[in-house]
Design a protein. Structure first.
Length: 545
């Protein structure tokens, strides 16, 4: 049954665009869209709580999706081929001289904040300046590493000065400008804590903020004043995003009709959703990978020989088969198969516990007292493996515990509340031994600086405390080369180095399976996100609750 599911719904890691809105019932085609199909509420649920609608404070995936596709308007969007298309910016100009270039956006004049104030170039520059300001503490500021400064030309034009970069447009499909007239007076160090993000976010997108109940839901309603050229008022009256931590509860409410879109269906639930007469699975290979981060500050994880041994000892295919139910592909490194820089010829490290044992012996980790756990210099090969409350990741920690025990390494699994875990791992003290999490790669791969560059060792996301000067050289070189073809050999070398050094054990590239009720129509999901066309979803009058 699982293999049939994978085949039908394109659940292979080489899929870039999702399977889209698969309909098999009569009358459910785009041509059935009424001329005035306004009305209805769609309830979206997932296992992650959206942390904030404040762009300066949030980096979690669902918060960014709600910001960029529901509440706010980004300067550009990506089409299905990942080419930039106008959105808040109706056009743009570029000039280049040597390694320097300028990028000027000309904004639409008809996009207003939901309190009626026009969205202007000052809002764009304000957002840019705050992200670049170290006092803001924006954790993914590397997304603007190529950018130096911004100048407001007139009310609706802003110019950026930057180094030439192959992905220079990418930040502007990810960063939604924030309202200067509301947040401009907030000191940079206080932006993250400002109540704007959770109590009164004022957007300028197709939906307006209505309500936030912490630990429960976010509610948004259609913006009747959204420009017609951008699609006008959304068809739905409301979108409700619900945080439902327990997977059985999510499935029960989805099948009972209380939830319309179930994001990240638990692998063991896919067949049950398939069997439903009023729902379908929409699946696509995304930009996410699951990994184990090793704290390179600790003696056990300091040597790449040991980190490599740990990877060789973990049966990653079993994790894909048993935990993910086949929804994934063994990972080679931090560049997913959906990206043009992916090295398809690089072979993943094998499952080889005997080789792992030999490497540990060579590194001086031996079980001298016969208790089943290796030691070196009086220290045990024992560590705590953390993760957040997530059944898939909790199962992974148990499988890793069993695998590593066979090569003399003791693992102590621990589940820690998500916000507390986030605080521990981003703290400069790195309050963890190792952890299992997932990461969504940026389109332009600039996030790799935050993750693996020596220059980012003190940053919030350099969890592995990993430093290889050649990696820094490559990341700098690719950031200065506009021609993608010239960067491919460098990106391939980079992936080979990361595989050799194993700052992480890369577990698998993710295949996202989402459940969608048939009553919610024209739902498109692909590498760009789950809510990428939420403003175009609609519910026929006879299907509304």
């Amino acid at each position: 049954m699982l293999k049939r599911t994978v085949s039908i719904y394109c659940m292979v890691a080489v899929v870039i665009a999702g399977c889209g809105d698969t309909r098999e019932r009569a009358g459910e085609t785009d041509e059935s869209l009424p001329s005035a199909s306004h009305g209805g509420t769609a309830v979206v649920a997932s296992l992650t709580e959206a942390s904030s609608m404040n762009r300066f404070a949030s980096v979690d995936d669902i918060s960014q999706e709600l910001q960029n596709h529901v509440l706010f308007t980004t300067l550009i969007q990506y089409d299905e081929q990942l080419a930039p298309i106008p959105y808040l910016a109706e056009r743009w100009d570029t000039t280049a001289a040597g390694d320097d270039m300028t990028l000027t956006f000309h904004l639409r004049a008809d996009v207003r904040w939901h309190d009626g104030v026009p969205t202007t170039a000052r809002d764009v520059k304000f957002t840019f300046d705050r992200i670049k300001d170290p006092e803001t503490g924006y954790p993914r500021s590397s997304i603007l590493a190529a950018y130096d400064s911004a100048v407001v030309r007139d009310t609706f034009s802003v110019t950026f000065y930057l180094r030439r970069h192959p992905g220079f447009m990418d930040p502007w499909q990810a960063i939604a400008p924030m309202p200067e007239h509301i947040l401009g007076s907030v000191p940079a160090p206080e932006l993250k804590q400002d109540p704007f993000g959770s109590e009164s976010p004022t957007g300028n997108g197709p939906f307006r903020f209505v309500e936030h109940r912490a630990g429960d839901r976010w509610v948004f309603e259609a913006n009747p004043d959204f420009p017609e050229d951008l699609g006008g008022r959304p068809y739905l009256d409301r979108i409700v995003y619900r945080y439902i931590e327990e997977p059985t509860t999510r499935l029960t409410e989805f099948l009972a009709g209380e939830v319309d879109v179930y994001l990240i269906v638990a692998p063991g639930q896919v067949e049950e959703v398939e069997a439903s007469s009023n729902a379908r699975i929409v699946a696509y290979a995304n930009r996410n990978y699951a990994f184990i981060n090793w704290n390179g500050r600790l003696p056990l994880f300091r040597e790449r020989m040991v980190r490599r041994a740990l990877t060789l000892a973990i049966n990653r295919q079993e994790i894909v088969d048993a935990v993910q139910r086949g929804l994934g592909q063994i990972a080679k490194g931090p560049v997913p198969p959906t990206h043009w820089a992916y090295d398809a010829d690089l072979e993943p490290l094998p499952f080889a516990p005997d080789s792992a044992s030999r490497l540990l012996e060579m590194a001086g980790w031996v079980d001298s007292d016969g208790d089943g756990v290796r030691e070196r210099d009086g220290a045990k090969a024992s560590f705590e493996l953390k993760t957040n409350p997530n059944p898939v990741r909790e199962d992974i920690t148990l499988l890793v515990q069993a695998d590593l025990a066979k090569v003399g390494v003791e693992v102590r699994p621990r589940t820690q509340e998500a916000q507390s875990l986030g605080a521990d791992i981003t703290n400069s003290e790195r309050r963890f031994d190792a952890f299992v999490l997932g990461w969504q790669t940026e389109y332009n791969l600039d996030d790799h600086r935050s993750l693996f560059a020596c220059s980012a060792l003190d940053g919030a996301y350099q969890w592995a405390s990993y430093c290889n000067p050649r990696v820094d050289e490559i990341l700098e070189a690719v950031s200065l080369t506009v021609d993608r073809a010239q960067t491919v050999p460098l990106w391939h070398e980079y992936q080979e180095i990361i595989q050799q050094d194993q700052p992480y054990t890369f577990l698998y590239y993710d295949v996202r399976a989402n459940g969608v009720k048939y009553r919610v129509r024209d739902v498109r999901m692909d590498i760009r996100g789950d809510l990428v066309n939420a403003k175009d979803w609609w519910i026929a009058p006879e299907d509304r609750r």
